[in-house]
Design a protein around this ligand. Structure first.
Ligand code: HEM
Length: 488
């Protein structure tokens, strides 16, 4: 009763037939109308120009197979649900294929409850302290950036596709935080992590994954892509378990070198108190940090470079600001962002257009609740349409263009509008937000200072369209790298 309205759904299939696996974001925004399905009369073209939010309002329902989902389609309703009724909307659905492929739940897919709470708090505090071992988080990022620059320098005067390089950099930063050491970019294990991430994107969109919603028993069938996913996951997990075992041998209580040691310290403190801390849960948490922290950051870096290359005047203005602030200083530090409003605006604008996690991670309701006066029963699948908030009319000066002015006031000061929520909001808000913001700033400032990034004209006009596979990313592209004269 009083469930949010939405397009008419077919029995069992729901609105699935109308989903375009190549553009699921558009599907969530504009399902080809109910009317064409219900009456077979109204031409689809009449209806596709209407967004579902325009038709049904900012809270509407869709059926993913037989399961109802509620879509939150404005920054106001996303905040009402995820922030004002935070605990009501803090669950995770457990009936997705990915939950069955990953045996244990770490943080991302864990349902609302003590295990999630304790592990989230642990990971958040450890990442926030930024002070594990001798080197701070900032130093770890800057050190990795030197490796990235060295790789880019090899291509000076030539063009290259930066996709793998940015994946490696983002993944290596997480590795040095959790394992205490980074990998060489050509290490075979390291490459297998990157391959898994690319595969994971495909799993999310594979027709089998969607079919699972209708016929859940396919999880027991020898479907090739499920077998492949299991193989890749167990390879990464077995390395993580080996790292944990090795850490235990050399671990000294109270002397943490990395996140694994911090976990061992914490487990020791909790020994007699009854705890959810144990090896297998640690392995799942590390797995989550690796997966969640790589593609997201890397895709944002790629989007930023794509727009900076193709907007040379914006790149040049960033360079001028960076030079003015850093002067003869060799390295940037995170604190410098306070003196670089334009660079800050450009990085935030790149994040807005990158729209890396457009559907957030799906939520579910932990209790019977409501939003905007509609009743939402316990266990309902919830889709926070972050993409819509990031492009919402009335929230941005230029919602549909790349324009750093979206984050600058009339005095040229950096301001962050409420609708900026690429990390989502509420009790499930991205726990790597602090780390990601630091990475984006330090890496981009270092790159812009050392290199001029140029769009290779022979490639024709740039294509800004995005491809979705769990996260969203620009299509592959090349950068021509020019070394700048050193001013320091
Ligand atoms: C969750 C975005 C980087 C770890 C999320 C969510 C979003 C997001 C939208 C879902 C929040 C929700 O369910 O409402 C991003 C973006 C990033 C980024 C845009 C980079 C630009 C990172 C990094 C890490 C990380 C670097 C780890 C080191 C996580 C984890 C969760 C999460 C563990 C699950 C939180 C939970 O369920 O409690 N992220 N993320 N993310 N992110 Fe990130």
């Amino acid at each position: 009763k009083n469930f949010p309205p939405g397009p008419r759904a077919l029995p069992l299939l729901g609105n699935l037939l109308e989903f375009n696996p190549n553009d699921p974001i558009k599907s969530f925004k504009k399902v080809q109308s109910c009317d064409s399905v219900a009456n077979n009369t109204v031409a689809a073209t009449n209806t596709t120009n209407h967004s579902l939010a325009e038709r049904y309002g900012p809270v509407y329902s869709l059926y993913i197979g037989p399961r109802p989902a509620v879509v939150l389609a404005s920054q106001k309703v996303i905040k009402e649900a995820l922030v004002t009724r935070a605990t009501h909307f803090a669950g995770r659905p457990d009936h997705m294929l990915i939950c069955h492929i990953i045996e244990r739940k770490g943080v991302i897919l864990a349902d609302y409850g003590p295990t999630w709470q304790e592990h989230r708090r642990f990971a958040l505090t450890t990442l926030r302290n930024f002070g594990m071992g001798k080197r701070s988080m900032e130093e770890k990022i800057l050190q990795e950036t030197q490796h990235t620059c060295a790789e880019l320098e090899k291509h000076a005067g030539k063009s290259m596709d930066p996709q793998h390089l940015f994946h490696f950099a983002a993944c290596d930063i997480i590795c040095s935080v959790i394992f205490g050491s980074r990998f060489d970019y050509d290490d075979p294990y390291f490459k297998s992590i990157i391959i898994f991430m690319e595969e994971a994107a495909k799993i999310a969109l594979d027709p089998w994954a969607i079919l699972y919603e209708i016929v859940p028993f396919i999880k027991n069938l020898p479907v090739p892509f499920i077998k492949r996913a299991h193989g890749l996951i167990s390879r990464i997990r077995s390395h993580i378990l080996k790292e944990i075992a090795e850490h235990k041998e050399s671990w000294e209580s109270g002397e943490p070198r990395d996140l694994i040691d911090c976990y061992l310290d914490e487990s020791e403190k909790r020994l007699d108190k009854g705890t959810t801390f144990e090896d297998s849960q640690l392995a799942s948490t590390l797995f989550d940090l690796l997966i969640a922290g790589t593609e997201t950051t890397s895709n944002t870096l790629r989007t930023a470079t794509l727009y900076l290359m193709t907007h040379p005047h914006i790149q040049e203005r960033c360079y001028q600001e960076i030079e003015e602030v850093l002067g003869s200083r060799e390295q940037v530090c995170f604190e410098d962002r306070q003196s670089m409003p334009y660079v800050q605006a450009v990085i935030h604008e790149a994040q807005r257009v990158a729209d890396v996690v457009p559907l957030s991670v799906l939520h579910s309701t932990t209790t019977d609740t409501e939003v905007q006066g509609y009743n939402i029963p316990k266990g309902t699948l919830v889709v926070p349409l972050l993409s819509l908030a990031l492009h919402e009319e009335g929230q941005w000066k230029s919602p549909h263009d790349f324009n750093p002015e979206n984050f600058l006031n009339e005095r040229g000061e950096f301001v962050k509008p409420d609708a900026f929520m690429p990390f989502s909001a509420g009790s499930r808000v991205c726990l790597g937000e602090g780390l990601a913001r630091m990475e984006l700033f330090l890496i981009l400032v270092t790159l812009l200072r050392r290199f001029r990034l140029v769009w290779p004209e022979e490639k024709g006009a740039p294509d800004y369209s995005m491809v979705f596979g769990g996260t969203q990313a620009p299509k592959p592209f090349h950068i021509t790298i020019h070394l700048r004269e050193s001013t320091s």
